[in-house]
Design a protein around this ligand. Structure first.
Ligand code: ADP
Ligand code: MG
Length: 308
């Protein structure tokens, strides 16, 4: 199968109409119509087989996840997704694999009305590099840098499930969170004008909240337990489940700061999506975990970092 046929296959499987796409896949470049009065928000994330997903992961799930992790970055900025490009590097021109991959990609693209408008296809170790583009009203993007002492720290959903699914792929509810993460796009948009800072949890809560704190020149004290799913708690027991929630990567929940007074309004707006206050922002740097009496707790692990 030739490169051209693979591209045609991807184009067919992901076909989606957006009236702001003047020229999509097929020319030398895409031609897109940005929106007046809005800012363009752009993010890129790469998935490498064996690093970001296990080698045995189904092609459909790789397609889903390659776009989902990117949409999570847009969610953390409060942006509305619009367009994506895909750089696909494949060891072999495997039509069946590409078809399933494109279907997984298309499934989440459709959910968020994202059009795949171009990309590149090359031979090499299996690597997916996706770029997404979205919009926010001018000046409304959620940044990492706005947290202030006295803000509350919140997270959406539950944490640690993806790490649990990596350790115990036999537990379907956990493995599902690892393979098909749900980017919190709607929640991110609701946080515009409410959150003082936001980040998505891709490398682990302690690391990612640490990044938010560094960007804001503050610290955080986690004085409440992290939100755990029943599946995680039942599979690992409370202490190990908490360790996964603090340090596990790949959850793609949002961690954000806001005035404690916003909690009730946000909870109502989020509907079925869980919202949990896990701590507070303090002026001294670093992220500390403390127990109910305010004593320091040492988490067994802090998280995953490339090049460490
Ligand atoms: P060029 O040599 O001009 O870069 P390509 O053959 O790489 O042309 O791409 C042809 C068209 O197909 C372009 O519109 C490009 O954006 C699109 N394309 C190539 N690979 C992909 C891919 N993996 N996913 C989506 N679009 C792709
Ligand atoms: Mg090209």
């Amino acid at each position: 199968m030739a490169e051209f046929d693979l591209i045609e296959r991807i184009k067919r499987e992901t076909a989606a109409a957006r009236d702001d796409v003047r020229v999509g896949i097929g020319d030398d470049a895409a031609v897109l119509a940005p929106r007046a009065g809005q800012e363009l928000v752009v993010a890129t994330d790469t998935l490498v087989e064996g690093v970001h997903f296990p080698a045995a992961t189904a092609a459909y799930d790789v397609g889903w996840k390659s776009l989902a992790v990117n949409l999570s970055d847009l969610a953390a900025m409060g942006a509305e997704p619009a367009w994506a490009t895909l750089a696909l590097t494949l060891p072999h021109p495997d039509e069946a694999w590409v078809t399933q991959f494109a279907r997984g990609f298309a499934a989440i693209a459709r959910t968020h009305e994202v059009a795949l408008v171009g990309g590149d296809t090359t031979r090499g170790p299996l690597t997916l590099s996706v770029t997404v583009h979205g919009f926010v009203p001018r000046g409304d993007a959620l940044l990492r840098s706005g947290a202030r002492a006295g803000d509350a720290v919140f997270v959406t959903g539950t944490l640690g499930d993806a790490a649990g699914g990596l350790a115990r792929p036999d537990v379907a509810a956990l493995r599902e969170r690892l393979d098909r993460p749900t980017p919190r796009v709607a929640a991110g948009r609701l946080l515009r004008g409410v959150a003082t800072a936001a980040i998505d949890v891709s490398d682990g809560l302690l690391i990612d909240l640490g990044r938010l704190c560094d960007a804001s020149a503050v610290g955080a004290e986690l004085d409440a337990p992290p939100p755990l799913s029943a599946a995680l708690r039942e599979t690992f027991g409370e202490p190990e489940a908490r360790a996964h929630a603090w340090a596990g990567g790949d959850d793609y929940e949002l961690c954000f700061t806001a005035s404690p007074a916003q909690e009730t309004v946000l909870r109502a707006a989020f509907g079925r999506l869980a919202l949990t206050r896990i701590g507070r922002i303090v002026s001294s740097p670093g992220v500390r975990v403390v127990d109910a009496e305010g004593r320091d707790v040492t988490p067994p692990r802090r998280g995953y970092e490339h090049f460490r």
